[in-house]
Structure formats: C-alpha cells, structure tokens
Write a protein that binds this ligand. Structure first.
Ligand SMILES: *Cc1c(COP(=O)(O)O)cnc(C)c1O
Length: 358
C-alpha cells in the first residue's frame, strides 16, 4: 500500500507529474534540450524572484551546496548552523580543505543578524552560508534581517540553503542579495529526488573564476558557462526530472499561482502549530517556526517509532526527530502539493492512536 508521506522529503508526487517523467528521451545537445532548460530557467527565475542565472544539477541539493563553498571560498567561509543541515555545510568545507568557522545556535533557535554582524565585521570571511529553513529543528531563519547585515559586506558571497523551502514560501533572491541560492526537487517543489537547482549571481561567477581547484563535476564556472552559452549542462542531465520540473513549474506559476501556493503552506503550518501547542509543544519559537514543516517536542514521551507503525496501517508516514532527537521530537511536513484535508486526516489519526482527546 502506498503511504502518504508527511516526511520532509521525499514528498508525495502527483500522478500527472510522475507521468511526465516517462516522456521519451531527447538528445542532450539538441535544440529541444536547450528549449527545455531555457523554459525551466525562466520559470525558476520567477519562482526565485531573481534575474540571476539559473543552473541545474543532476544531484540532490547537497551537490550544489558543496559547489557553492568549493567554488566561492578564497579566504574563509562563515558557516551559520541551526541544526543538521548547517552542520553538513561545515563538513563540506572541512572535507574539501576549505578554511571555515562554524557559528552554531542552540537547538531550536535561529541564526540572528547580530551573530552574522559579529562574524562578518572581523573581515575574515569572503563567504557566508545560511540555512533558510532547517529541516531538523523546524526553524525558519529571519532572512529579511540577516540579508540586511550581509548586504553591508559587498566582498562576501552570500550562499543560502532553501532546499526545504523553495516552492513553499517566498524566497526573494534579488531583494535578499543572495549570490547562490540552492534547492532540491524532492521537497516543496513536489518532484522525486535527483535534481537540484540554484541561482548564481554575476558576483559569484566572477569570484569562482579566481578560485583554484574547483573540481570538475561541481565546478560552478563550467556549469554556468554551459547554461549561458546554450542552456545546456556539461554532462548528461536527468532528463526525466527536467520534463517533470518544467511541467510542475507551469503548474505552480500558472495553475495554482505563487500567492495561493505560499498561502496554502502557511495555512497548513498554522493549523499544525495550533495542533502541536494543544497537545504537545513546538521545538522552535513560534516567530521562527517553519512554514513547510513543524518539529514537535514529544512531551508525552510516547514511542514515535510505534506511532509510525500504526500510521502505516492507515497509509500514512511521518518523520521521527533528527539524529539525537529521534524520539524526543517528531516532524510533520506540510509541503509541496499536500492538501489541508489530508493533513487534518493525519492529525486526527494521531489523536486517535495516541488517545489525545481522552
Ligand atoms: C534535505 C535537505 C538538504 C539535503 O538535500 P539533498 O537534496 O538531500 O541533498 C539540505 N538542506 C536542507 C535544509 C534540507 O532539508
């Protein structure tokens, strides 16, 4: 039986989107492929509110995160971490011998503009990485304020992880001055995993030209050059994903509409937060709570593993906590094309299984 996924990626994919992946193959050096990538790029520029170049990568989002720090860091990277995915960005630096410092917030807390100011004012850094939406803790960082601080340092390349938020909430790339904004297909965009996307500013491109040892597969310069020259990809791209992404972006922009999509995500988030507060507690402070998933403190101490076994019988799946928080928290994703009525069905089922309304 198919389980409806309420985990923060991969998400359920609509049947019509899955069907698009079965489109007959085309040559990756043909005008048709150029047209496909051009179409995707223009739609992503709308979704990301940017005029910057768009690149695609036949990897999950981690590939483009690694590209960002490896291709853009000449001096030193300031990595802001509010959980597992910020920590991953730091590991990408150290394992590539990129000088980096990690600035970590307490679990459930955001990266603050003050922290960023304090680090960047030292003049030690030429790259800063921030997680927009931390999928382990359910924290959505205050990017409006963080972006204002980063903007004061024009020599710093601003890298932003929007893997679990792009497509579910507004990411105004140009307004925030983001130089490289990375996302994956298997979260709010509502596709299977296997492709990732990023916007790249001219400043980032110029920086990369001066950085040595950028590697080959994830060399920002060669991927941007190929996209600029012919809207193609240096190696063979994941064409099935590209057909589906082009189709899904039209759905997001034209059929559902950006405002409606963001409003639907927020409405589901608010419903889940209220539910969490009624029966448990939220891990994140409400003003920093994510619009795309909710991390709930397991205040009753029930077994999350057992809950999922029970939910599976009804065709649902949620996520346990991340890492050390496996049983201390649980996570409910409300992203991509999930409908409010299905979310309500899930929450009612949990109330039943755990006997929350006794
Ligand atoms: C899922 C996730 C990642 C990793 O993305 P992959 O596509 O699995 O490589 C990175 N950052 C955040 C915030 C995520 O949610």
């Amino acid at each position: 039986m198919h389980k409806r996924l309420f985990i923060p990626g991969p998400v359920d994919v609509r049947e019509d989107v899955l069907q698009k992946m079965a489109t007959p193959q085309i040559g990756h050096r043909t005008p048709e492929c150029t047209e496909l990538q051009r179409s995707i790029s223009e739609k992503l520029q709308q979704l990301m509110y940017t005029k910057n170049d768009i690149i695609l990568s036949t990897s999950s989002g981690s590939g483009l995160m690694e590209m960002a720090v490896r291709s853009l860091t000449k001096k030193r990277a300031a990595v802001f971490s509010v959980g597992a995915f910020g920590d991953r960005w730091y590991k990408m630096c150290t394992s590539n011998a990129i000088p980096a410092d990690k600035f970590k917030s307490e679990i459930g807390n955001p990266t603050t503009p003050e922290m960023v100011e304090e680090a960047l004012s030292t003049g030690k850094y030429d790259v800063v990485t921030v997680t927009h939406n931390e999928t382990s803790t359910g924290v959505m960082n205050p990017l409006d304020d963080i972006a204002k601080v980063v903007a004061k340092y024009p020599d710093v390349c601003f890298c932003l992880d929007t893997v679990s938020s792009l497509g579910g909430t507004k990411i105004p790339v140009d307004e925030w001055g983001v130089d490289m904004c990375v996302a994956s297909t298997q979260k709010c965009l509502g596709l299977p995993a296997g492709l990732s996307v990023a916007s790249v500013s001219e400043k980032a491109y110029q920086r990369a030209l001066t950085v040595e040892n950028r590697g080959l597969y994830f060399d920002l310069v060669s991927v941007v050059d190929k996209a600029r020259k012919s809207y193609q990809y240096p190696s063979t791209p994941a064409l099935p994903h590209m057909f589906a992404l082009d189709y899904q972006l039209s759905y997001i922009l034209e059929e559902e509409g950006l405002e409606n999509r963001f409003a639907r995500h927020l409405e589901m988030a608010q419903f889940t937060r209220d539910w969490a507060k009624k029966h448990f507690a939220m891990l994140a402070e409400e003003r920093y709570a994510s619009n795309t998933l909710t991390t709930i403190s397991n205040t009753l101490g029930n077994s999350v593993a057992d809950l999922n076994k029970e939910l599976a019988k009804h065709g649902f799946m949620i996520s346990n906590g991340y890492g050390d928080y496996k049983e201390k928290t649980f996570r409910i994703a409300h992203m991509a094309d999930t409908k409010m009525e299905t979310l309500k069905e899930l929450l009612a089922l949990i109330e039943d299984i755990w006997n929350l309304n006794k």
